[in-house]
Structures are given as C-alpha cells and as structure tokens.
Design a binder for this molecule. Structure first.
Ligand code: F0G
Length: 353
C-alpha cells in the first residue's frame, strides 16, 4: 500500500477535522537502521531513525505538514518562521504545496548551503539578519502578533503534534519503545514532541516509555547550564540556539522520563559525524550527530548501561551541509592525468586483497 503521509496515516492522533486540508509530500515512514558495527564496538543495541529521508531532508516536515495545513484551514495566506535552515526549507516547501506564501528569517552566514538552496528553490521570501536564531525568533513572534501571517516555528503547538508521530513509527518499527531515546536539542521542540508521542502511544497501545537523553552543543547548552547563551556558537549550525523556546517542556520530558539533558563538544560531534558515515554508511548533518556523540559519551561514563536498546534520532540529511563534510574530511580526491596507465598504477597501489 502506498504511504499516504502523516495527516492521513495518523489522523486519529492529530487535530484534524473535515475542513483540514490533507496536505502532504508523503512525509514520515522513515527507516530505522541498526548500526551493526557501533553496536558491537560499544556493547549496546543501537539504532538510528534517519529523519533526513523526509521530503525536504529533515524531521521538520512532520511538524510543518500539520502546522501549514492548520494555517491554511484557519484562512491564512502567508506563513512565517525564523530558522537555522531546516525549518525554513520545510516551511517553504509545504507553503508552496498549499498555495501559500512563505517568509523566512535566518541568521546571515550561519545556515548550511543545502538549506539555503532549498529556501531559494521553493521560492520563499528570505530575510537574512545580522543576528542569531534567537533574535530572529523573537522578531517573527512579535511580527506575527500584528501582521496577517501564521507563525510556524515550534512555538506553534501544531508543529509538536506532527512531530510526535516519529515516536509512534519508532515504536511500531521496534515493537515498543527503546530503553533510551537519544536526540539533539536546539530549540527543544523535537524532544518535547517525542515525549508527548511516546506517552500518547503508550496510553493506547502499551508500547512502554524510554528514558530521554537530549544533547545540546556545548557552545549552545542553555538547558544544561540553566542560563541563556547570548552568543551561541557551534559547528552544528542547526542547533546553534542559546535560548530554547520549549525549554520548560524539554526539562519536563527529561524529568518525567528519568532521563538526562547533557552537552557534547564540537569535537565529539565531528567524531560521531565521521564515524557513522565511514563505518556505517549513514550520512547525517552535524547537528543530528549530537545524538550519536551523546550516546558514546554516556556509554563511556556509565550513564547508559551496556546492553541497552537505544534509538538515536538523526534529524537531518548529511547533504544539507556539504561544506562541513568537505572541511572535516581528511579524504580528498586524488588528481591524476587523463591517462589509463596512471590511474591503473594508482589503483594497484591502493587495492589490498
Ligand atoms: N537537528 C536538526 C537537523 C535541526 O535542524 C534542529 C533544529 C534540531 C536538530 C533541533 O531540534 O529545535 O526541535 O530542538 N532546527 C531548527 C531550524 C531550529 O530552524 O531548522 P529542536
């Protein structure tokens, strides 16, 4: 059967009525992949849910399909958001799909190239400010109060409604909740959405509840240090956020689940980023890899026991940020003359049987 997208597939769990447009780019239904090598190396059972396989390459599609559908239902013709890149890509795509306009406000020079390419191609009105995400979000929140535009950042509750469906899928794929759910934390919407999803599914289907381990980038670790970071900085631009909007909900998810919110350094993020690509064939953007970096850290320091069943969320596709991939990779193409002998000789030197 053809997968029909989140609104259709999960309509009984979502705020959908007769006048909700059944918007879709056939988002959801993302793979759950076992990382065989890292599981064996680390003595755990580790899976990743590759949210980068969604239509615009990140988990944002889950929330955006719901938020844009509701904005349309309520009679809006324009949506607006602040973004570190993925939200803007998803908002622009779904707004286009719904026949609406989209305005995005981004931190100038601090969004990955692939994400900017998407906003341009989907035809959004793009405003780059000389400021960070937190400042952009503050602006669009204010503007949406007075102007006839619908705010589709994750402070819009419909976003979390859509995003909670990832927890449902994961339970169905794994036959129940894992012991640990590891997830990157930026604006803290997704961690809150997953916890909501696990609780709702458990109530209906007794799927169990995981401990939620959320990971911020060390240069943007507001929740971990319980203070706003005025100038957040990290290589993982997706989660370069110093004052998360869903701060309280994230702490609630951590407390209720008996989990942990911790931080990982850029070095740890890059190591995880390279490891899952080079060892497992899974390419996720740096921000996503905060989850894997965190899993490794917590196995090392005993906060995740050996033998645990873990699902790490890979929130965005590696192709979103080609520049960082090239920058951190030691492998560069070997340049040779257009000469079969020279190429053959080189290959003989590198092939070991
Ligand atoms: N991973 C990726 C790839 C993201 O793009 C984001 C957030 C997160 C993790 C964190 O999720 O904010 O719900 O805690 N990106 C937002 C954006 C802020 O504008 O695209 P969160």
């Amino acid at each position: 059967m053809r997968w029909k997208g989140l609104l259709e597939e999960y309509k009984e769990y979502l705020p959908i009525n007769e006048s909700t447009p059944m918007l879709t780019l056939n988002e959801g239904n993302t793979p759950l992949i076992k990382l065989e090598k890292l599981s064996a190396e680390w003595g755990v059972e580790l899976y990743v849910k590759t949210e980068g396989t969604n239509p615009t390459g990140s988990f944002k599609d889950r929330g955006m399909v719901m938020a844009v559908a509701k904005a349309k239902e309520e009679g809006n013709s324009t949506v607006i958001c602040a973004s570190t890149g993925n939200t803007s890509a998803a908002a622009a795509a779904y707004a286009t799909r719904a026949g609406m306009r989209c305005i995005v406000v981004i931190p100038e020079g601090k969004i990955a190239m692939g994400k900017l390419a998407q906003a341009v191609m989907y035809g959004a009105e793009i405003i780059a400010i000389e400021g960070n995400f937190d400042q952009a979000l503050q602006m669009v929140r204010k503007i949406s109060e007075t102007e006839p535009v619908a705010l589709v950042n994750s402070v819009n509750p419909y976003r979390l409604e859509g995003q909670k469906t990832a927890a449902f899928e994961l339970c169905d794929q794994l036959g129940g909740a894992p012991d640990i759910l590891a997830i990157p934390v930026g604006n803290a919407g997704n961690i809150s959405a997953y916890w909501k999803g696990f609780k709702e599914y458990h109530e209906v289907k007794q799927t169990g509840l995981p401990k939620i381990h959320g990971f911020e980038a060390a240069g943007a670790a507001a929740i971990v240090h319980n203070r706003v970071f005025e100038n957040p900085e990290t290589i993982a631009t997706a989660i370069r956020i110093g004052n998360p909007a869903s701060w309280k909900l994230a702490v609630q998810a951590q407390e209720e689940s008996n989990g942990i919110i911790d931080e990982v350094t850029d070095e740890e993020i890059v190591a995880a980023y390279r490891a899952i690509a080079a060892k497992e064939g899974v390419f996720a953007e740096p921000g996503s890899c905060a989850s894997i970096a965190g899993v490794y850290k917590h196995i090392q320091n005993g906060k995740i026991p050996k033998g645990s069943k873990i699902v790490a969320i890979l929130t965005g596709n590696g192709l979103k940020d080609p520049n960082t991939a090239i920058d951190v990779s030691p492998l560069k193409p070997v340049v040779l003359p257009n000469d079969e002998k020279a190429v053959a000789n080189h290959i003989k030197g590198v092939v070991h049987i």
